[in-house]
Design a protein around this ligand. Structure first.
Ligand code: HPA
Length: 267
């Protein structure tokens, strides 16, 4: 960790971010438009390379509307074969750099039949169905405690801020529970039916590990899902493809970027 922090602080002239953002599939463009310093994951000591399509793999630092922000342009996923502790390492780095608020974004499939592709959903809670937990292993007491409370990961005050930003921008928001499966295969219709019975509104393959670690570290979390498709077997849905996920997130990009910028300004 010390090597990572030293390298970042040196390259960014000791830039101290207060807001962290993880940009999901197809949403990385935001960091191209706001970029004071950019570090490739591959050049940062102890970081891992991002391999998924549509992702760049850079840590981008920028001052946006007077707020100091660090963004992950592309995230590492569990399904790539990285361990839970590897994929959540950047969240711990953000914490050590001074980040207090973490905004997690992703592309997700709609489990809720009232959602449409390109809707934006504020995550109100999650179901960890990845079969493991990022906090397994020795506990680092400098970050958090052994049995952290998870009763309000996605902070209600941040949700209120996001709602009021969306209202001012005329953007309609959905709200719901994000269900995380490990991937990389998409779910079967039976699995989506199970997720719905369990209370899920959207399904994806990310976000939950970072949210758990951020909450454990005492960061406030806001989660935004860009609904890219109807999940398997959901009415109106067809067979799923990664191309479709990227294309639909492209369509929602303008609203997403405007909302994100407004939220940064308001938190
Ligand atoms: N399932 C899982 N992950 C996803 C989906 C989906 O339908 N869409 C985008 N990410």
């Amino acid at each position: 960790m010390e090597n990572t922090l030293e390298f970042i602080k040196e390259k960014t002239k000791d830039f101290r971010p207060e807001i962290g953002i993880i940009l999901g599939s197809g949403l990385g463009k935001f960091a191209d438009e706001h970029c004071d310093y950019a570090l490739l994951y591959t050049e940062i000591p102890d970081f891992i390379k991002s391999t998924v399509q549509g992702h760049k793999g850079r840590l981008v630092f920028a001052e946006i509307d007077g707020k100091r922000v660090v963004m992950m342009q592309g995230r590492n996923h569990f399904y790539e074969g990285h361990s839970m502790s590897e994929i959540t390492y950047p969240v711990k780095v953000m914490k050590k750099l001074g980040v207090k608020t973490l905004i997690l974004t992703n592309a997700a499939g709609a489990v809720n039949e009232n959602f449409k592709p390109s809707d934006l959903m504020l995550i109100t809670d999650h179901i960890n169905f990845m079969g493991t937990n990022p906090l397994i292993g020795p506990n680092d007491g400098t970050l958090g405690e052994r049995f952290p409370d998870m009763s309000e990961i996605y902070k209600k005050d941040l949700i209120k801020i996001a709602e009021s930003c969306a209202e001012k921008l005329g953007i309609k928001l959905q709200h719901g529970v994000y269900f995380a499966s490990s991937g990389p295969s998409y779910e079967t219709p039976a699995e989506i039916k199970m997720a719905r019975i369990m209370g899920a509104d959207a399904v994806g393959m990310s976000t939950v590990p970072e949210a758990i670690v951020a909450n454990y570290c005492g960061m406030k979390v806001l989660g935004i899902s860009c609904i890219s498709n109807a999940a398997a077997g959901v009415k109106g849905g067809q067979s799923l493809s990664h191309e479709e996920v990227i294309e639909t997130t492209n369509a929602a990009k303008a609203a997403f970027k405007a909302l994100l910028k407004a939220i940064i300004s308001a938190v």
